[in-house]
Design a protein. Structure first.
Lengths: 492, 102
């Protein structure tokens, strides 16, 4: 029997699901242990916006009943999952961490949530994030910032900060995030967990509240690579409700795991380790590369000068798409509506949006409107899309020589809460190593690779389109060779 | 530069007001001041793209090209009227209530 473990929360999710299916562990017990951790810790970490305690316990008991009745259960039987609060959950408030959607209760599930439920997973709650996923620190949330479980005075990264912090602190074994310009990888790096941004079109965006549709993907966050692989296997695959999904049949990535890295050619990207990179990050990355070499990989260097232009191109495209996507918030069909008597349409609309959106969201909508407006469209939006083409071509070219590219996930260790929030451009600069991946539409994973003054650092592996198996294989081989990098924060 | 001061090289306060109006976001005086200053910093950085020659480069937005994705034109269960109205902040009988247009 697997029970009475003080550290039940540390049991990998894939193993827990197996024990639950076999009747050796009660789903109720497994789910309860995360709820207890939450009660003890989340007052300090603030990873969740909404917790559905009773519903989670009810679902867990249903799983236990099914097991008793001898039913065949899914791949995530009884495994609780925390879901980023920009992914629609039927009957559970979905706020995007915005006043605008503070009371929004979706009437339907996102495709990824349907797929979790079809595999008998248990939704635990909705996690904190930067408002409308616009940020790198989870400080722009209307509900207040999430804290880094490794040091409560530091940011957890963003925008999926709550999802990464929940997994790191053992308040969920698995979580879903979304990644538009690094929003899964950045918090995974800052919180010392594994986070994967899938190939554009691998995972359905149906039910993901849009920020920049041409760039974003939903992806898994987990404490170990095998769990990350399992969660990706469940959510991946074509969806007729999202016409941008690729015609890839759902399957399992587990077959890709195991073995050494002989035959892997890994290219360290020069431009992503520029002078702005913190020395501790450079050093950790070199040790990470050394470990891959010991595992049989060949490590080379690659220079992709066009990446110097990735950050401005990314922000122009993301802001432009945001300005269009967020035009839907008019306070009529759903969302916040300003109280106003006798205001005309335009005025009521403007006041509603002024009060409903936070400072960063307004900044991006207005700049995006500017970049799309007559006279500036060619200079900004069109130019940025052309630069994205150049970046994609440059990466495609490099993959003729390398099986994977390697870079830091973040150029610096987790910074202090409040340290950068008043300087938007300084905060944007932190995304320098993550945005090229979204512009190119390729997959990437962030893996814990070291510590600096007790704060986690992350290595980023980048693969060609649909190279998720390769990313997971390399990450898992590294995890086995360097288990000391996969640690829990000392939260007590 | 004309009438623009050096700090407003890329966008003036009046332009910020205009674009914010286009986006239907009412700004406070403080926000106008802050955004004008921040937008000038950000746009100066964005202007870095002008260094690149992109004359011959096509604007492509997708990594794997998908053309004409179809699904069967089958009737599925729509949201009920009640579900569709549930999240509306103002409603009257079976309708959304909008601000006056005229």
């Amino acid at each position: 029997m697997v029970k009475a473990l003080a550290g039940l929360f540390e049991l990998p999710a894939w193993e827990a699901a197996r024990h639950i299916r076999g009747g050796e562990l009660l789903a109720e017990e497994y789910v309860s242990c995360f709820l207890e951790r939450m009660e003890k810790l989340d007052g300090r970490v603030k990873a969740y916006i909404t917790v559905v305690r009773e519903e989670a316990l009810k679902q867990a008991r249903l799983v236990d009943e099914k097991v008793k009745a001898g039913a065949r259960l899914g791949r995530l039987a009884g495994v609780p999952v925390a879901v980023k609060d920009n992914i629609c959950t039927s009957g559970i408030r979905t706020t995007c961490a915005s006043r605008m959607l503070e009371n929004f209760v979706p009437p339907y599930d996102a495709t990824v949530v349907e797929r979790l439920k079809a595999e008998d997973a248990v939704i635990l709650g909705k996690t904190n994030m930067d408002e409308f996923a616009m940020g790198t620190s989870t400080e722009t949330s209307y509900f207040g910032p999430t804290k880094n479980p490794w040091n409560l005075e530091r940011v957890p990264g963003g925008s999926s900060g709550g999802s990464a912090a929940a997994v790191a602190a053992g308040m969920a074994p698995l979580s879903l995030g979304s990644d538009t310009g690094g929003s899964i990888r950045c918090p995974a790096s800052f919180c010392g967990v594994v986070g994967l941004k899938p190939t554009y079109g691998l995972v359905s965006r149906y039910g993901l509240i849009a920020y920049a549709n041409s760039l974003e993907q939903i992806g898994p966050i987990a404490f170990n690579t095998r769990d990350c692989s399992l969660l990706l296997s469940v959510i991946a695959g074509r969806d007729l409700r999202d016409s941008t999904t690729l015609s890839v049949e759902a399957g399992s990535y587990d077959g890709a795991l195991g073995g050494d890295l002989k035959g892997f050619k890994v290219g360290l990207v020069k431009e992503l380790m520029g002078e702005g990179t913190h020395p501790a990050v450079v050093e950790a990355l070199q040790r990470f590369a050394g470990k891959l070499e010991e595992l049989g990989a060949w490590i080379g260097k690659v220079s992709l000068p066009i990446l110097e232009y990735a950050l401005p191109a990314y922000y122009i495209i993301a802001m432009s798409e945001a300005s269009s996507n967020l035009a839907r918030y008019d306070g009529i069909r759903y969302g916040f509506r300003a109280e106003g008597e006798g205001l005309d349409w335009s005025r009521e609309f403007s006041v509603t949006r002024s009060l409903g959106f936070g400072s960063e969201v307004k900044r991006r909508i207005i700049l995006g409107t500017y970049a799309l407006s007559a006279g500036y469209y060619d200079r900004f939006f069109l130019k940025a899309v052309k630069v994205a083409t150049m970046i994609r071509r440059s990466l495609t070219e490099s993959f003729k020589k390398f099986s994977l590219l390697l870079a830091p996930t973040m150029p610096l260790p987790p910074f202090r809460l409040g340290e950068k929030i008043s300087d938007p451009l300084a905060l944007y600069m932190c995304d320098i190593d993550t945005v090229p991946v979204n512009l190119a539409g390729v997959p990437a994973i962030s893996v814990p690779c070291g510590f600096h003054e007790g704060l986690p650092l992350g290595a980023q592996l980048i693969a060609p389109p649909l190279g998720e198996g390769r990313l997971l294989k390399a990450a898992e081989a590294y995890e086995k060779a360097a288990p000391e990098m996969f640690k829990r924060p000392p939260l007590g | 530069m004309g009438e623009k001061s050096k700090a407003e090289k890329h966008i003036s306060r009046r332009e910020v007001e205009h674009v914010a109006w286009l986006a239907r976001i009412e700004l406070s005086e403080e926000e106008k001041k802050l955004y004008t200053q921040q937008f000038n910093q950000i746009l100066a950085y964005f202007s870095k793209l002008a260094e690149l020659d992109t004359e011959e480069v096509p604007p492509e937005l997708h990594v794997v090209s998908l053309v004409n994705v179809y699904r069967d034109d089958k009737v599925e269960k729509p949201l009920s009227r009640g579900e569709a109205l549930k999240n509306a902040p103002k409603k009257r009988e079976e309708y959304f209530e909008a601000p006056k247009i005229l």
